[in-house]
Write a protein that binds this ligand. Structure first.
Ligand code: 5RP
Length: 227
């Protein structure tokens, strides 16, 4: 079992009877969905899921997990997802995928938000390894880019993987992948990005995670928020 599987199985084993659980998106989230479905089948775990993406919806359906549509709920017990970067101060970077909007909504609407990562994702500063994805309303992208440049950002529109078009998120937005001066802390950047019109959502998840589980060569470390 690799570290992503290990941490996903560990977190799936923490799910309790009767919970409504949000399903994240990505390879670690997929392992979590698989083990959750296994527990439902083998142990009769009573669980209802809410998916953050088409991919996690399909995965959950294939494995027989009962699903609620996101538009039918206002809150849930727990959201479980991976991340691209985490800091020991509990900030996250997400959104290398295309499902940021639902992911952040579910994280915010949950009593608890469990994050599953391997040790490679632990950084000292958000934005250390990856650019920060900023989802923008398509007609506003140039205005948003200028606003981001004014606060020291540098970046451009995300291209499709074969480079022949622009990437479109599942929400129908374009994405600006941005780097910022390393002196801008995640909380400052989060506050700045939250005020720029035309930004639909961005990849900094600040003060949302309640628990982060880090797998390191088979061992699981648990970080929880002081709040
Ligand atoms: C998608 C995400 C993913 O959780 C993140 O990219 C981690 O993916 P993986 O588990 O495949 O490493 O934020 O928007």
């Amino acid at each position: 079992m690799n570290d992503k599987q290990k941490v996903a199985v560990h977190v799936a084993n923490l799910i309790e009877q009767g919970m409504v659980v949000g399903l994240g998106t990505g390879s670690t989230a997929n392992y979590f969905i698989e083990h959750l479905a296994k527990r439902r089948q083998e142990e009769g775990l009573d669980v209802t899921a809410v998916a953050s993406s088409v991919v996690s919806t399909i995965k959950a359906q294939q494995l027989g997990l009962p699903l609620l549509a996101i538009e039918h709920i206002s809150q849930l017990d727990l959201y479980v997802d991976g991340a691209d970067e985490v800091t020991l101060g509990m900030s996250l970077l997400k959104g290398r995928g295309f499902d940021l909007v639902k992911e952040k909504l579910l994280a915010k609407a949950s009593e608890q938000f469990y994050v599953m990562v391997d040790n490679e994702k632990v950084v000292s500063r958000i934005g250390e390894k990856f650019p920060i994805p900023v989802e923008v309303t398509p007609f506003a992208w140039k205005m948003v880019l200028r606003s981001l440049q004014q606060i020291g950002g540098d970046g451009d529109l995300r291209q499709t993987s074969n480079g022949d078009g622009l990437a479109i998120t599942s929400h129908g937005s374009l994405v600006l992948d941005m780097t910022f001066d390393s002196s801008l802390a995640a909380d400052e950047l989060n506050a700045e990005l939250n005020t720029i019109p035309g930004i639909v959502e961005h990849g900094i998840f600040h003060y949302l995670a309640t628990d982060i589980f880090v797998a390191n060569q088979g061992e699981i470390e648990h970080l929880d928020s002081p709040q």
